[in-house]
Unconditional design. Structure first.
Ligand code: NAD
Ligand code: TYD
Length: 354
């Protein structure tokens, strides 16, 4: 039975990925290592508690003793590394924790994996998937071609720079030690369980509460939006079928300006909840994010051509599904907004999970 260590599995993409594994790889053992920072929410996978194929471990990817003891206790032969500090605005305010988690945490994991897999007789069937972002490539101008896996790195924010540093460490392990890593660089995700500091859930929260919706600058920055389950399927495909040592871009080909995206969101929400009135009145232009990247766009020919992956959910479908989920899970949203979800952590896990 394969045993996969998923890091950051209580976060947005990680929890969707663990759920996908639970449904589609029922014979896999999943160990979820998560520090449950403000972005981690143990409630996201509360229904899996008690399942013998799912083990939750409350711990830090940058803690050498915690990580090596996991490799000693479990026969881990696959790692999918999602754990990270992920919000660009927070990285501008407090870069240190991004360096610690994203750079030192990734080093700790790959070194612990390398050591454990060597001790156990070599790499064999082992695989390490390092989950990264399109932000490492930096900003594109309006007419630039989308970035390929060979485009140079040019990170702008401390977040992007910490992810780029981690990517290069992983690449160095591939080159120097033949470490069986794969890297994915993905565009902006959206969907259920996203923490409401990121644009889409933030807009929904503010609109539901009749509060201002902050648009940075003129709202003309462009992002490519991928529904989260499409990212999770791509990650699983790369883990199982990708060539070790390779990098794969993952994107939707759904580029939109922020203002256009917000108008679409408010249009759908307004249809579903007409009593909220004219939601566009809430749009408020605020000073731009320092160093704000203008545009990200990815060339995803490689993953489509070599692994046959392509997104299944269009932006129009994905936005409707996302809005419907947040409307049906306003209790989740309220517990996150009020900090109530932290109390669940105390009750469920404190002192019992190490
Ligand atoms: P998230 O912020 O929702 O979740 C991060 C998770 O990591 C949380 O559960 C948190 O508790 C955990 N974590 C943080 N520090 C930790 C530490 N030191 N040790 C253990 N766990 C820790 O993030 P997300 O949006 O789900 O992103 C997951 C990964 O995907 C990240 O590596 C991110 O760079 C990458 N990514 C995200 C996007 C996106 O649009 N969200 C796009 C491309 C790539
Ligand atoms: P975000 O969801 O933070 O993702 P990223 O910065 O990683 O792309 O932001 C998406 C886009 O939305 C980005 O161009 C910044 C912009 N934005 C706003 O205009 N207002 C906001 O309140 C937030 C959080 C983001």
């Amino acid at each position: 039975m394969p045993t996969v260590l998923v890091t950051g599995g209580a976060g947005f993409i990680g929890s969707n990925f663990v759920r996908l594994l639970h449904q589609e790889r029922p014979h896999w053992q999943v160990v979820n290592l998560d520090l449950l920072t403000y972005a981690g929410n143990a409630e996201n996978l509360a229904d899996l508690a008690g399942d013998p194929r799912y083990i939750f471990v409350h711990g830090d990817v940058a803690d050498w003793d915690a990580v090596t003891s996991l490799f000693a206790r479990h026969a881990i032969d696959r790692v999918v590394h999602f754990a990270a500090e992920t919000h660009v605005d927070r990285s501008i305010l407090d870069p240190g924790v991004f360096v610690r988690t994203n750079v030192v945490g990734t080093y700790t994991l790959i070194e612990a994996a390398r050591e454990a897999w060597h001790r156990d007789g070599g790499y064999g069937e082992t695989r390490f998937l390092h989950v990264s972002t399109d932000e490492v490539y930096g900003s594109l101008a309006a007419g630039d071609p989308p970035t390929t896996e060979h485009s140079p790195y040019a990170p702008s924010s401390p977040y992007a720079a910490s992810k780029a540093a981690a990517d290069w460490l992983v690449r160095s392990y591939v080159r120097t030690y033949g470490f069986p890593a794969l890297i994915t660089n993905c565009s902006n995700n959206y969907g259920p369980y996203q923490f409401p500091e990121k644009l889409i859930p933030l807009v929904l929260c503010q609109a539901l509460e009749g509060k201002p919706i902050p648009i940075y600058g003129r709202g003309d920055n462009v992002r490519d939006w991928l529904f989260v389950t499409d990212h999770c399927r791509a990650a699983l495909t790369v883990l199982e079928e990708g060539t070790a040592g390779e990098t794969y871009n993952i994107g939707a080909g759904e580029e939109r300006t922020n203002l256009d995206l917000v108008h679409r969101l408010l249009g759908i929400l307004g249809e579903l909840r007409p009593e909220l009135g004219d939601l566009t009145r809430l749009i408020t232009f605020v000073p731009d994010r320092p160093g704000h990247d203008f545009r990200y766009a990815l060339n995803t020919e490689k993953i489509t051509r070599t692994l046959g992956w392509r997104p299944r959910v269009s932006l129009a479908q994905g936005l409707r599904r996302t809005i419907a989920w947040y409307l049906e899970h306003q209790d989740w949203l309220n517990r996150v907004r009020t900090g109530e979800y932290r109390r669940f952590l105390e009750q469920q896990y404190h002192g019992r999970t190490k």
